[in-house]
Unconditional design. Structure first.
Lengths: 138, 138
DNA sequence: CGGTATCCACAGGGATACTG
DNA sequence: CAGTATCCCTGTGGATACCG
């Protein structure tokens, strides 16, 4: 999502180019988490229980060490995930959902349900659209 | 969301770098719509009733003509929105949610509810985190 | 083990101009 | 009115290397 909440104009700008909360108002914050590639997958995995860094990395195939670190930190900042560090050698870090995080996981699960029940219809619609409009860039 | 569903590697690649549907499986498709800047705003507006191109543009402040066009087309392709063109002069185009689209709007509304009830907690958590970690890039 | 730091490719999306 | 065509800047996130 390039340019999210950013302005292109130099700096000598006064008004916020984005609407001051039309229907939005806070929803964006949640949507941004849902939108990024990994947050939801991490939450879904953590909904199953406490996980260590390495465990998360294996549970969510394809995530890089960097993105796991970045995403987890974001979730911790938002208060959805709790991080516990054991200063042992070698170190150990546990991640687990907070109460808010579990609530969020519930909301996500509802959405996942919607996805599952409508994915076929969506796929069909796309195929249909694509055959009807063979050109197009996409 | 740069690099979404894309590979950086040249072309001589065999296996899909992304998991063949671990827990994901179709959810991504929905999440991608939720993730982009405008889809949800458009759906929310259309949930109120049929809208013309221009009406949508005014209802969703900040959206460019191009992004309205692009986003609407995506929603039509996914079968969430229906487009009716009246070949009058000047032309007129109506956009309205399909049955699937209304169902989707419902799911989004649920999410919006979650957002509203938790936005304060999230904001508080962020403030707390930020004061506790004054440095950091963000 | 559990991260950071750095570098960079690339798709998203804004601005602007033009068209049926 | 309702788009399309271009151009270009931007943040996201992948790869890689290094650290306590």
């Amino acid at each position: 999502m390039a340019g999210t909440r950013t302005r292109t104009t130099p700096a000598t700008e006064a008004a916020d180019p984005y609407a001051p909360c039309e229907d939005d108002c806070g929803i964006r914050d949640v949507l941004d988490r849902l939108g990024d590639r990994w947050s939801v997958l991490l939450v879904v995995e953590l909904a199953k229980g406490t996980r260590r860094f390495r465990e998360l990395q294996h549970a969510v195939p394809g995530i890089s060490q960097r993105m796991l670190s970045v995403t987890a930190k974001r979730l911790v900042r938002d208060g959805l995930v709790e991080r516990t560090v054991y200063p042992t050698i070698p170190p150990r870090t546990d991640y687990r959902l907070t109460a808010t995080g579990r609530s969020f996981a519930g909301a996500v699960a509802a959405l996942a349900d919607w996805s599952r029940t409508h994915k076929d219809a969506i796929a069909a619609s796309r195929d249909d659209f694509d055959t009807r409009h063979p050109d197009e860039v996409r």
